[in-house]
Write a protein that binds this ligand. Structure first.
Ligand code: PEP
Ligand code: MG
Length: 880
């Protein structure tokens, strides 16, 4: 077997396509050598050696050492130097390199090959004894800590002590003689800690470093990282051995890192930093401040590389061009300049912000470097969220108070208010307000609307606060359990801070962080690039994208973001306006059907206006209206005052009403009197809603001359019989509206599939349904037997322990809930091949879940308005 692949100096046996065998770093070093870039000669020991090593009880393949000697000989001849030579020694670096970059493993040993004899050779060949002895002590320090496991601080302590004794502050002030003393002390530390002398023989050093790389593949930190990121242990790591070039051999030497484009804005400029007369770890350690690469980024006191090392800089510019044209993506590169000559040490696709990803994708497509389809795949859909909301000014100082769940993205700053009423009052006076609640309920919606952001101390990612805030595009941090809220005292306390109503607070809904005081935010920029990418995405996606919206404001936002209709209008959210809630309470609390009818009649004009507004905004696009689906308890009168109001309106005794309230309250409201069950026990409610829908549809058809086809959706259906019953009464109502008006109307009546029984019997239910919309929030809750409202307290621990791959309320549980969806699709279409299928649970805006919905062949996804762009892009990627 071939265990080793050479690169550089005319011996290039690998390429970028061999990432699995050579690891990311090794494959790219070979690739750079292939395209003629200056790569110091070296070789890669393959990942197969790592696998063989572990398969054979930590023993190397027999012929490895023979191949290693041959590879070293090639490097020696390419460099014209010999490993261990007493006059001009070859030195090498040893680095790990898995298929994907993986923290937790051994990283790098530099200057390997130095010992008491070769250091003198380095003095001669470099003509610089300070440089040689400094390199030697660096080597002992690195090798000692990463290969021999001597605690790093032991070396630091010695260095500090030496500096004290020599009365020198900076490392750079130490002379060759000083470093010789340090080397001596370092070696005795190694002897003391390991019980063995520091290995002098270069070959032993090399095998030791190789063994340390392979050994680190199975260390606990690497194992944990692999588990968290689903990286199989069988992949193994490669080892890269490369001849050293020195950036610390004088003022015509340097080391640096750069990006081929600006990684924070995406602008097509050369972006990077370098340090004169330094080795890589100096940049990382932050001992000296690096200088900018190009003059237009430099302040007057800085020395841009294009001035100080113009030759090497020109060469880098050429490399930048070449790498981008070759890899067709923005590159993150490491280089060293030795005696004015440039060497490339690494290249890889660069990490970038959402804004940069967008700009780079569009620019590269327009430059002809990549296709439009490639551009679509270059932007992570979830990152778009960052672009649609204000963000914290990155330059602003901040003090973090606590952290909750990142429930709805964006940054918001404002003064604290503890009730929806207070928020409204303050907002009306022009204040920016943050609503702080233990949890929110539908009664708080008006306050959430008036607030800049919402903070709750209880509840998960699908809690009321989270869902409603996302829908409205309000910033929300939910379930910040370390905060204590005292409504009475009007305070919130955390970590020794107590904040009062009126104090400033800042939320980052993208990270869940909560900051003390006022942290400035900057507005989003929906540049031309954004709409360009969206247009490209729309041209390739198959899935339709609708929005969950019930207010005109949300419907308009949804249209602006490109929604192709409304997939879910939750009518219960329409019942909380101050002008309506009284009627709703009467409707629910009334025992006398006549009284109930009166209350319901009072609601009809409100609902008709609501639907008319939605149909008008959606201008002929489909609108799915779901009939009332309340957890009943949310509508019951809570306090004494409310109870009295309702009693007065109903002309009833308060005591009788109190008894009625306790009769109606449920131990388990989410599994209780909600959804179509309520419509079945009180058919008048659904009748009123259906009448409002029909009348609104007819009105808008008349107004616009275009027919509106409403989609009426029945919630929480578990059996075909339920749907049949509700469907029949809906049809009767529509018939009488049409007769009254002498008009015609096309309409659809469909159902949510959000109970396991509905998915399992979808073939039967489909007989009575014109469409299905999967309610994956309730389907997840009922399939896993996991409360939407309470799971937040323990679910994160489940994910941490790996019991669940991710929060099933955020990303669909493919294996369980997904199987129910698939069954619902197959059974539904077996009955009606053309049955229209959608999804309107929170998963409709989650990119991973969207991949699944594409796979099972749904017709559309529906999500909160601010996630519409995310869903458009994710659907396009799923289709490619
Ligand atoms: C669902 O259950 O997925 C759904 C969309 O309905 P709701 O969230 O209103 O229960
Ligand atoms: Mg539901």
């Amino acid at each position: 077997t071939k265990w080793i692949y050479s690169f550089g100096a005319g011996h290039n046996e690998g390429n970028a396509g061999m990432r699995n065998l050579l690891g990311g770093k090794g494959a790219n070093l070979a690739e750079m050598a292939n395209i003629g870039l200056p790569v110091p000669p070296g070789f890669t020991i393959t990942t197969e050696v790592c696998s063989a090593f572990y398969d054979n009880g930590r023993a190397y393949p027999q012929d490895l050492s023979e191949q290693l000697e041959a590879a070293m000989a090639q490097v020696e001849s390419a460099m014209g130097l010999r490993f261990g030579d007493a006059n001009a020694p070859l030195l090498v670096s040893v680095r790990s390199g898995a298929r994907v970059s993986m923290p937790g493993m051994m990283d790098t040993v530099l200057n390997l090959g130095l010992n008491d004899v070769t250091v003198e050779g380095l003095v001669k060949s470099s003509g610089d004894s300070r440089f040689a002895w400094d390199s030697y002590r660096r080597f002992i320090q690195m090798y000692g800590s990463v290969v021999l496991n001597v605690p790093h601080h032991r070396f630091e302590d010695i260095l500090e002590q030496a500096k004290r004794e020599l009365d020198k502050e900076d490392d750079t002030a130490l002379t060759a003689e000083d470093w010789q003393l340090v080397v001596k002390d370092y070696k005795s530390i190694v002897q003391n800690e390991t019980g063995k002398p520091f290995p002098e023989e270069p070959k032993d050093q090399l095998w030791g470093a190789i063994g340390a790389v392979f050994g680190s593949w199975m260390n606990p930190r690497a194992n944990t990282y692999r588990k968290l990121h689903d990286i199989p242990a069988s992949w193994g790591t490669a080892v890269n051995v490369q001849s050293m070039v020195f950036g610390n051999m004088g003022t015509d030497c340097a080391t640096g890192v750069c990006f081929t484009r600006d990684p924070s804005t995406g602008e097509n400029i050369f972006y990077g930093e370098y340090l004169i007369n330094a080795q890589g770890e100096d940049v990382v350690a932050g001992i000296r401040t690096p200088q900018p690469m190009s003059a237009d980024r430099a302040t007057p006191d800085q020395n841009p590389m294009e001035k100080t090392l113009p030759g090497a800089y020109q060469e880098l510019l050429r490399v930048r061009e070449l790498l981008e044209r070759h890899y067709k993506d923005m590159q993150d590169i490491e280089f060293t300049v030795q005696s004015n000559k440039l060497y490339m040490l690494q290249t890889r696709n660069g990490k970038r912000t959402a804004a940069a990803a967008l700009r780079i994708a569009i620019d590269m497509a327009q430059e002809g470097l990549i296709t439009q389809e490639e551009a679509i795949t270059r932007v992570p859909p979830s990152s778009l969220d960052q672009l649609l909301h204000p963000v914290l000014d990155p330059k602003a100082e901040r003090t973090q108070l606590a952290r909750g769940l990142p429930a709805s993205p964006g940054a918001a700053t404002g003064i604290i208010a503890f009730s929806a009423e207070d928020v409204e009052d303050l907002a009306a006076k022009g204040e920016d307000v943050i609503l702080v609640r233990i949890e929110t309920s539908p009664e708080d919606v008006h306050g959430m609307h008036a607030a800049r952001g919402v903070l709750t101390t209880r509840g998960g990612m699908t809690s009321h606060a989270a869902v409603v805030a996302r829908g409205m595009g309000r910033v929300c941090v939910a379930g910040a359990g370390s905060i204590t809220v005292d409504y009475k005292a009007q305070t919130m306390s955390v970590n020794g801070h107590t904040l009062k109503a009126g104090d400033w607070l800042t939320l980052d809904g993208g990270t869940g962080a909560i900051y003390l005081g006022r942290v400035p935010t900057i507005p989003p920029s929906l540049s031309g690039d954004f709409s360009t990418l969206m247009g490209w995405a729309d041209s390739v996606r198959r899935l339709g994208v609708r929005a969950n919206a019930e207010t005109p404001e949300d419907a308009e936002t949804a249209r602006r973001f490109g929604a192709e209709g409304i997939g879910l209008c939750r009518t219960e959210h329409m019942f909380f306006g101050p002008d309506r809630i009284g009627h709703v309470r009467q409707m629910i609390m009334a025992e006398d059907p006549k009284v109930r009818t009166r209350a319901i009649d009072a609601l009809l004009p409100f609902q008709r206006d609501d639907f008319t507004a939605l149909f008008r905004i959606m201008a002929g696009l489909p609108v799915t209206i779901r009939l009332l689906d309340p957890p009943l308890h949310e509508f019951l009168p809570h306090g004494e005052a409310e109870l009295k109001d309702v009693a007065a309106a109903l002309g009833q005794d308060v005591e009788a009403l109190r008894a009625r309230r306790s009769a109606l309250s449920e131990a388990n409201p989410m599994l209780g009197h909600r959804g179509c069950r309520l419509g079945i026990s009180h058919p008048e409610i659904y009748a009123m809603q259906v009448r409002a829908i029909a009348e609104a549809a007819l009105a808008i058809s008349k107004e616009t001359g275009k027919s509106v086809i409403p989609e009426i959706m029945i919630p929480l259906v578990g059996t075909k019989a339920e749907l049949d019953l509700v469907r029949k009464s809906c049809e009767a109502v529509i018939k009488s509206v049409l007769e009254e008006q002498g008009a015609e109307l096309s309409y659809l009546i469909g159902t949510m599939i959000e109970l396991p029984r509905a998915a399992i019997t979808a073939d039967k239910i489909a007989e009575s349904a014109d469409f299905f919309s999967f309610g994956t929030n309730d389907l997840t809750q009922t399939a896993l037997g996991l409360s939407r409202d309470d799971a937040g307290s323990f679910l994160p621990a489940y994910v941490d322990k790996g019991l669940l791959p991710q929060d099933p309320f955020i990303s669909i549980d493919r294996e369980g809930v997904g199987a129910l969806v698939r069954m619902g699709v197959e059974k539904g279409r077996a009955t009606k091949p053309k049955l229209k299928l959608g999804i309107c649970g929170e998963h409709g805006g989650d990119p991973l879940s969207i991949t699944f919905f594409e796979e099972v062949g749904l017709d559309y996804v529906s999500c909160s308005p601010f996630r519409v762009p995310v869903a458009r892009l994710a659907s396009a990627q799923a289709a490619l």
